[in-house]
Design a protein around this ligand. Structure first.
Ligand code: ADP
Ligand code: MG
Ligand code: MG
Length: 204
């Protein structure tokens, strides 16, 4: 499978649909261990992404991802806006000029995104943040020579299960410490939706 311009746009449009459909769910996750705005933040940000992509034309994958990054950075508030913005900007930079991205190249771009997230959030793996969803997906793309929708989803599912049992040590959730165990991290849940959308695009 390769990621071309059309698939990248489809990926983002599908992500937007999922953010709108899960807006209340993401907000519910952010209530007990945060400030209850994550669904609002993500729904607003990806709505803007969808509009931006609709009104533009693209010849390469990196330009699509750059617009995604810039839109998320400027339209999503809180901690997650700059973090998602950084992740998509790293993807864009690593894929510069690519019209059709091979799986292993996508894996190195995802790894750059993870490094960017860690740097920006001063977070490591195991701190119950979106990093714990991005990192295993990046690893999958690097190590598995034939990523399928199924392997993508099962990797994302098992990451979600692990993250739920972690103790938050970064972001607002860190104030709730041990109380975060057994609660899903909102940013990991929204990142899951991004990769669930990718799995649907990665099929065809
Ligand atoms: P805010 O906490 O500012 O209200 P959001 O609710 O939109 O922002 O996003 C919260 C999510 O951002 C968390 O669930 C977590 O996944 C992620 N996050 C917060 N701080 C960090 C950080 N320092 N590093 C990585 N991810 C973080
Ligand atoms: Mg919040
Ligand atoms: Mg907030």
């Amino acid at each position: 499978m390769r990621l071309d311009v059309n698939k990248t746009i489809q990926w983002m449009q599908l992500t937007n649909e999922k953010m709108q459909a899960n807006k209340d769910y993401l907000t519910t996750l952010d209530q007990p261990i945060g400030d209850g705005d994550h669904g609002i933040n993500m729904a607003r940000g990806f709505q803007e992404v969808a509009s931006k992509l609709n009104e533009s034309t693209y010849t390469n994958v990196s330009d699509v991802l750059k617009d995604v990054a810039m839109t998320l950075m400027s339209k999503v508030g809180g901690a997650s806006g700059p973090l998602f913005g950084t992740a998509f900007l790293k993807l864009s930079t690593k894929l510069k000029g690519e019209e059709s991205v091979k799986q292993d190249i996508f894996g190195t771009a995802l790894t750059e995104a993870v490094n960017g997230l860690k740097q920006r959030g001063k977070a490591e793996e195991g701190e119950k943040t979106m990093v714990d969803m991005w990192a295993p997906i990046a690893q999958l793309f690097l190590e598995d020579s034939n990523v399928t929708a199924d392997t993508l989803l099962s990797t994302a599912d098992s990451a979600l299960t692990k993250i739920k049992e972690m103790t938050a040590t970064k972001g607002r959730a860190a104030y709730f410490k041990d109380k975060t165990v057994g609660h899903q991290d909102p940013g990991a849940a929204s990142t899951y939706l991004i990769f669930e959308a990718l799995a649907e695009v990665w099929k065809g």
